[in-house]
Design a protein around this ligand. Structure first.
Ligand code: NAD
Ligand code: LMR
Length: 332
């Protein structure tokens, strides 16, 4: 039976790229916004990418998704973001071997000025924005800076892939299923300075550090593996992670549209303004968050950070301050 709900408009940029290809089908299948939520897909590409996008549209049509009411392919920012309820900002260059994500800042940062302006002009006031394109925290800061009409708190960046990576490493080490791992939050930047907070995480409902007692591994190889996972994938695959990044984007947006189950946290890179942990303000920084029944997130309070954890959390903030300094012209 067709759904009674009105369709929501979902913008995806860089939709003909690698992540886009893995992201669009689960959105169309109802795995992000709900199995009864019709969607209108508004797909943005650079002009030379629109032809490829038409091919993706043909495949979406051929999948006969009952929830898809329309598929718009465009290189016009205001068409892509027009009345959008949710926006996945993926379109931008990925890094190659030997590069850090921050090396992309000057090339990709500019994209997020124009897109931020167009979102603020054309999207719904409460549009939920997820920046995936790297360096995603600072690109998100650039886009959010343009938010005058739209809700600035709704500009977020993706560290969920890092959370998922950390959960997978812990599950492997503990010899349990990944669903046994909870509250494993990422603090900071989506970069090699991020801090996966194992001290407050749980495995099978027990404190993680009681289940995994190998402190040298936790403070050493575990953190390093999570921090360097993107690079390791680029080295192994020859290109940057795509399917796992798409699934993390799905997790982020789905979990932003439903109350967080009791005992779980979700990592979201959000504005650091007013945070209760003394992280410098004016950054897009990843915190442990929970989402309420209205679809609003808040930072989890009362998380105890050891001296070790606090040092790592502040070091990542320092890196974000340096990234912000490097693009200060884009914030004027
Ligand atoms: P890709 O090169 O396969 O696809 C990017 C697409 O974006 C291309 O089709 C390109 O034409 C399009 N594009 C470029 N500039 C655009 C613009 N201004 N407007 C609209 N479209 C534009 O790259 P990908 O593998 O899909 O990765 C995309 C981005 O996601 C990269 O910056 C990558 O580093 C980042 N990424 C982030 C995470 C994360 O965890 N935050 C994980 C993986 C990848
Ligand atoms: C990742 O973490 O896989 C992405 O951010 C791609 C990259 O450049 O590492």
């Amino acid at each position: 039976m067709p759904s009674q709900k009105s369709p929501i408009r979902v913008a995806v940029t860089g939709a003909a790229g690698n992540i886009g290809y893995s992201l669009l089908f689960p959105i169309a299948a109802g795995q992000v916004f709900g199995a009864d939520q019709p969607v209108i897909l508004q797909l943005l590409e650079v002009p030379q990418g629109v032809q490829f996008l038409e091919g993706v549209k043909m495949e979406l049509q051929d999948s006969a998704f009952g929830l898809v009411q329309d598929i718009i392919c465009t290189s016009d920012l205001d068409v892509a973001f027009g009345d959008a309820d949710a926006a996945f900002l993926v379109g931008s260059k990925p890094r190659g071997p030997g590069m850090e994500r921050a090396d992309l800042l000057s090339q990709n940062g500019q994209i997020f000025i124009g897109q931020g302006q167009a979102i603020d002009r054309s999207a719904k006031e409460g549009v939920k924005v997820l920046v995936v394109g790297n360096p995603c925290n600072t690109n998100c800061l650039i886009a959010a800076h343009q938010a005058k009409r739209t809700r600035r708190a709704n500009y977020t960046a993706m560290t969920r892939l890092d959370q998922n990576r950390a959960m997978a490493q812990v599950a492997l080490k503990a010899g349990v299923g990944v669903s046994q791992v909870s509250r494993l939050a990422i603090w900071g930047n989506h970069s090699p300075t991020m801090y996966p907070d194992f001290e407050n995480a749980a495995v099978g409902g027990e404190r993680l550090t009681r289940v995994i007692t190998d402190e040298a591994w936790l403070k050493g190889d575990f953190i390093k593996t999570v921090q360097q996972r993107g690079k390791a994938i680029i080295e192994a695959r020859g290109k940057s992670s795509a399917a796992s990044a798409a699934w993390a984007a799905i997790d982020h947006m789905r979990d932003w549209h439903r109350p967080t189950p009791a005992g779980e946290w979700v990592s979201m890179a959000i504005s650091s303004d007013g945070n209760p942990y003394g992280i410098p303000e004016g950054l897009i920084y990843s915190f442990p968050c929970v989402v309420d029944a209205s679809g609003d997130y808040s930072i989890v309070g009362g998380v105890e950070l050891s001296e070790f954890a606090r040092g790592k959390a502040l070091a990542s903030a320092q890196e974000l301050i340096e990234e912000r300094d490097a693009i200060k012209d884009m914030l004027s």
